[in-house]
Design a protein around this ligand. Sequence first.
Ligand SMILES: C[S@@+](CC[C@H](N)C(=O)[O-])C[C@H]1O[C@@H](n2cnc3c(N)ncnc32)[C@H](O)[C@@H]1O
Length: 202
Amino acid sequence: MRIRQHVNPLDLFFEKFRGVKPLIDLSRELEVEVGCADAQFLFERAHQNPSAQYVGLEIREDLVEYVNKKAKVQSLPVTAVWCHAQLHVKDILPAGCAARVYVNFPDPWFKRRHHVRRMVDPVLAEQIAHLLAPGGELFVQTDVWDIALDAMSAFDGDDRFENRASEWTFWKDGNPYGVRSWREQNAEETGLPIWRIWYTRR
Ligand SMILES: C[S@@+](CC[C@H](N)C(=O)[O-])C[C@H]1O[C@@H](n2cnc3c(N)ncnc32)[C@H](O)[C@@H]1O
């Protein structure tokens, strides 16, 4: 299928939530990936533990359709939601519902002139703080140095997140979850550096 490469998150079209809210069972663990694309990471998590539930937030509608069809065919508890993560998380999921949130390789808008389009900023930190249960985990990874710094500034600068490696420090022991996102696999196979940060919700 044809997938749009980019959409402009500043487009006024995205101000309103137009997606479908997922059905969440609050008695089961929930994991959320922000900017899930094809949701490879969540599908692999679902294979590891099909008793939990997995929600991917994605701004590209065609990817949302792809993920939801694949989940149905494979009978896996993965749901993608079409949304603008910085604007709509609070409309989509209740407070404190997630055990883990992943921000894997957030957005391709890393050029300086696209700074205002970046996905990871204090606005997203606010949404993730809303989502995570106390003690919940936030894992961020990127191969773009400027985005790693943005993420560290947004989350280390927010008292609600405790950096597991110690303040303002990258996580150096690799990805602890035993699955990889598509971009992560690609970065590892092409030898790109990956910066990771791991937090606990206070
Ligand atoms: C570089 S891709 C990484 C995809 C996947 N996480 C991975 O690691 O393979 C970033 C994804 O974030 C999505 N994205 C960018 N801005 C977003 C936003 N504001 N809300 C939701 N998704 C967004 C993009 O459409 C894209 O699919």
